[in-house]
Design a protein around this ligand. Structure first.
Ligand SMILES: [Zn+2]
Length: 318
């Protein structure tokens, strides 16, 4: 019988789950709402239910050899405990995920930070295959990061390396939820891009974006802003160029410190493909010291939504 594992990825909005084969294929996948506002004890009941459903659903397909759980927040991956999580997931801080899942299912359990899981997934089955040293950035509500060095995650002294979203690129910039000013994610997150457009429209500037979202600023997303730029819209073009400039500034800083062989960009915005990666690459090459980009691969993540559930089970098969 084939060896299988259950992969779970807990985010602020959704919990993704899947049955993954030892070859890294997603055999079954499912997605449910996190219902984060009800507190993490409630969310964890949903996680247990989802795991139970996936185990039952794969009963005649193979032998489940473990459960991997990726989660937002800072994770002690050895203890399988969430050290710190923001209020996006109230009650998650301090939660003993590994113990709780093990107690419920009596199977080996691996727990990882969600961006580390994406990096593990992309290294195993995706855009970072064959790379031993790379960084992974996920662009979304914030900017997540993971550092891969000598073929494995570089966790840092306290297991919490890779907080790329929170190094400041402007000492006098906007206040961040971490307490600092001008953090990278205040410029490089998709939220920041959308915020910039909303603010400009609120100040009376004109853009095709308003037509594309039929006047509803809540419907503005990264793709719409890029689409308006493609259509020749001046405001969207200026905002996108500024966004890519800031994104490149942050990444160039990371290149100069870490000298990775690859930069993998993940998050929903990578659906834009070359429209983002093309100009971003040009900006990075323009600003970095030449040797740092000589053999550098800058790529979109390839596994999309599935990267976390694939990556988090990798360890269970080794
Ligand atoms: Zn910050």
């Amino acid at each position: 019988m084939e060896n299988l594992a259950i992969g779970i990825d807990i985010g602020g909005t959704n919990i993704k789950g899947g049955v993954i084969s030892s070859r890294g294929e997603v055999i079954i996948s499912d997605k449910i709402s996190t219902q984060a506002k009800k507190g993490f004890s409630h969310t964890f009941l949903l996680v247990r239910e989802l795991i139970g459903k996936l185990i039952a659903g794969s009963a005649d397909m193979g032998r489940i050899c473990g459960i991997g759980c990726a989660t937002a927040g800072q994770v002690d991956h050895r203890l399988g405990k969430v050290v710190f999580a923001t209020d996006n997931l109230p009650g998650l801080s301090g939660f003993q995920l590994k113990n709780e899942i093990h107690e419920a299912f009596n199977l080996p359990v691996a727990v990882e930070n969600d961006v580390n899981a994406v990096a593990l997934g992309e290294h195993w089955m995706g855009a970072a295959a064959g790379l031993e040293d790379f960084i992974c950035l996920t662009l979304g509500t914030g900017v997540g990061g993971a550092i891969f060095r000598n073929g494995s995650i570089d966790y840092g002294a306290a297991d919490i390396s890779g907080e790329f979203g929170h190094f400041s690129i402007n000492f006098d910039g906007p206040l961040c939820n971490c307490g600092n000013k001008g953090c990278f994610e205040q410029y490089g997150s998709v939220t920041a891009l959308i915020q910039q457009m909303r603010q400009s429209l609120a100040e009376g500037e004109k853009s095709l974006v308003s037509d594309l979202v039929k006047g509803d600023p809540q419907k503005i997303n990264g793709e719409v802003i890029f689409e308006a730029k493609e259509l020749g819209d001046a405001l969207a073009s200026a905002i996108v160029d500024d966004y890519i400039l800031h994104l490149s500034l942050g990444i160039v800083g990371l290149l100069h410190i870490l000298n990775p062989g690859g930069v993998i960009i993940g998050g929903g915005i990578t659906r834009l493909g070359e429209k983002l990666i093309g100009p971003l690459t040009q900006n990075i090459i323009k600003r970095a010291m030449p040797k740092f980009t000589e053999n550098l691969l800058i790529k979109n993540a390839r596994l999309g939504d599935n990267a976390g559930i694939i990556g988090v089970v990798r360890r269970l098969f080794i």
